[in-house]
Structure formats: C-alpha cells, structure tokens
Design a protein around this ligand. Structure first.
Ligand code: MRU
Length: 364
C-alpha cells in the first residue's frame, strides 16, 4: 500500500463504529452508526446491540454503501452472539453461522456483505477450540479490524486515484461513495479528499440519484461538510452538464465487480457511463478488493436487488404517482467493462482488459 496521506480535517462524523463498555475488552459492546435515512435534515446516531435491528438497519438503508454494509454485518454477528450462553467454542460457532445466514438475507447485491460474513464465519469455524468468551472477543475484534482495514483501503484508493485528477478539475459523481458509504473517506470521493488535502482545487457535480436521493441527501451533505465545492443536479441533467460545462472525469463506487470488470453500482450509473463515453469523458470506478467477486465471470451474473414500489411512488412521504400503478424498482445496474476507463482499488489501478489485469490485484 502507498504511504497514507493525511486527509483534511474532515467534519464528517464516523459512519459506523464499535463502542465497548470496558477499556480492556470489546465485548459486551454496541454498534454506533449514523442513521442515513434522516440526513441531511437530522444527524442522528443509532446505538444497536440487537442483531434484528442490525438486519433492519441494513435493509432500510439506515446504513448503506457496500463497504459500510459489510462492516455493519460483521459487527452484527458480534452483537448476535455476545450474550450467548454457549458452553463451548463449537456451540458458539454454530450460533455464528446462524447469525451470518440471517444477516446474509438483508440485501443481495453488495458483495462486501457476504465477504465480511464469510470472513467471520470462517474465523469462528477455525477457532472452535477457544472458550466462548475468547471466541466472542475474537469476533468483535475482527469486526473492528474490518472497519479499520476499510478506512486504510479507502485512504490508499484516494492516493492511487490522485493520478486521475489535476488541479482545477471538475468531477461528476453518482450516488454516495464517500465517507458515509465506508468506514471513512469513501472510495470514489477519497481521491477528491486527498487532492483537496494536497491543496488542489476540485469541483464536484453530484447527481441527486433517484429514487432514494443518496446524491442529494448524502454526497451533497458530506462534501459540503468537508468544505468542498459541490453542485447538485437532477439525474436527467447529467448529459446537459457534460455538454455545456466542463466535466473532466466521472468517479463512481461499486457494489460488486465481476471477473471481467463489469460493475454493479447504484441504478443510473450505467446511464452515466454511456453519457461519459458519448462526451469522451473518462469514467473511473473506485472500490476496495472486498467489492470484487471473481467467482462471477460477468456482470449479468450479479444479483440485482429490487426495492419496494413505494420508494418510487412515495419515497419521502408524498404520493407522486397514481395509486396501484405498476412499478419496476431495480436498485442497481451493471456498467459493462468496456465503458470503464480504469478500476482503482487499494492495491493499484487495473485497466482493460480486466479479465487479465484484475486477478493480479484480487484473490479469487
Ligand atoms: O443502495 P445503496 O445506497 O447502498 O447503494 C450504494 C451504492 O450504490 C454506492 O455507490 C456503492 O455502494 C459504492 S459505496 C463506496
């Protein structure tokens, strides 16, 4: 990994962290996370020590963004078993498997969720000789490590991503792939934070990102908090903005990247990639290696989550469509690898042909 940059004094609070009652031990503890459904109007922290509430937080997008979901799931297993009465490590490991299977049903697309759950499950199964108390502590410390590693990966992504920025650049982004979607710094926004820290001037256009407005509610808020010049646009303005204004690059995150480089990200990303190609603007994807799924050959194999119709027809309270209208609400789309200029992870930069360059960075 490259040397970690010192990032600007970010006024964005921590997205998710583990709070323990004692200084010496992590267990018992609870998860503290920003309730992202209330932003930008209210900054409210949830404190959760119940696995059903963790599942609910992931499902309802109180915590969202691929890396943050993975962290929440890992911490979710820790809270699920911390009060267990299991008499042996073997018995506790069985409870861990039950909790991972349960949390795996929360959302299907972001592979970080399954990556984190598998890591915890394997760890428990490999350590059944430990006492239940020792195993509980090991699980909580691994969940905390997943959070800390994510922060370090995002910093490294920020530094590699600097290569694609120049002083005075304007970047367009879709959804939220910032601090709120990760442990800290973000993926697609990390190079922007790093560039600002280096004294560069970077401007951002944030797509509002229908239907749940992660761009308007979260990216615009987070960049504004960090003092970065951000302009909010509706999704259907991106083509006009690319034509009329000077957009130097598109930066997006990812929820799952297949072996050939096809990338699942928030619905609308594919359209932005097509627009970028039409306007000869480079289109970059930023994601930690926990977002790569080399077990899938191509993007069409990635499961796409469908969300409830109400998120489109009355997303924020008010009914904006006729009652009973038929709705299709995919939460993600697939950007084909050929539309992606480069993929940046914490180990470096992969360029097409991704089927050859990605495996060098990521273990299958
Ligand atoms: O439905 P969400 O808000 O969880 O979707 C999030 C995205 O699509 C992000 O762009 C993606 O997770 C990258 S986050 C670093």
């Amino acid at each position: 990994m490259p040397q970690l940059p010192t990032l600007p004094n970010m006024s964005v609070p921590k997205t998710i962290e583990w709070i323990s009652q004692s200084r010496k031990r992590l267990v018992p503890g609870r998860i503290r996370m920003i309730d992202q459904t209330l932003l930008p109007n209210k900054l409210v922290f949830l404190e959760i020590a119940d696995v059903k509430k963790v599942w609910h937080a992931i499902k309802t997008l109180q915590v969202r963004g691929a890396p943050a979901i993975g962290i929440a799931a890992a911490m979710g297993v820790a809270v699920a078993v911390q009060n267990s009465k299991a008499k042996s490590g073997m018995q506790l490991a069985r409870e861990v498997c039950k909790a991972t299977d349960y949390l795996a049903t929360s959302r299907p697309t972001a592979v970080n969720l399954f990556w984190a759950l598998n890591r915890i499950k394997k760890l428990a199964n490999a350590n059944t000789r430990l006492s239940p108390a020792e195993l509980k502590e090991l699980i909580a410390s691994t969940a905390v490590a997943i959070r800390d590693e994510d922060a370090a990966m995002c910093r490294a992504i920020g530094q590699y991503g600097l290569k694609f920025l120049k002083d005075g650049y304007t970047v367009l982004t879709h959804c939220n792939a910032g601090s709120l979607a990760t442990a800290e710094y973000g993926t697609a926004l990390a190079p922007i934070y790093t560039a600002i820290e280096r004294g560069m001037k970077i401007r951002v256009y944030a797509d509002e990102t229908r239907p749940l407005l992660q761009g308007a509610r979260l990216t615009a808020w987070e960049l504004q908090q960090a003092g970065i010049e951000v302009t909010l646009i509706c999704d259907n303005m991106a083509a006009h903005v690319m034509k009329q204004r000077h957009v130097n690059a598109v930066f997006v995150g990812a929820d799952r990247i297949a072996a050939n480089g096809d990338t699942a990200n928030k619905i609308g990303t594919y359209g932005v990639a097509l627009l970028a190609k039409a306007h000869k603007i480079p289109f970059y994807v930023f994601a930690p290696t926990s977002t790569f799924d080399l077990s899938l050959k191509k993007g069409s194999e990635i499961p796409i989550e469908e969300r409830p119709a109400g998120e489109i027809t009355k997303g924020f309270g008010k009914c904006i469509a006729p009652k009973g209208i038929k709705v299709y609400a995919p939460a993600f789309d697939i950007t084909p690898a050929e539309l992606i200029t480069a993929i940046v992870c914490e180990k470096g930069i992969a360029k097409p042909d991704f089927s050859k360059s990605l495996p060098g960075y990521v273990q299958a």
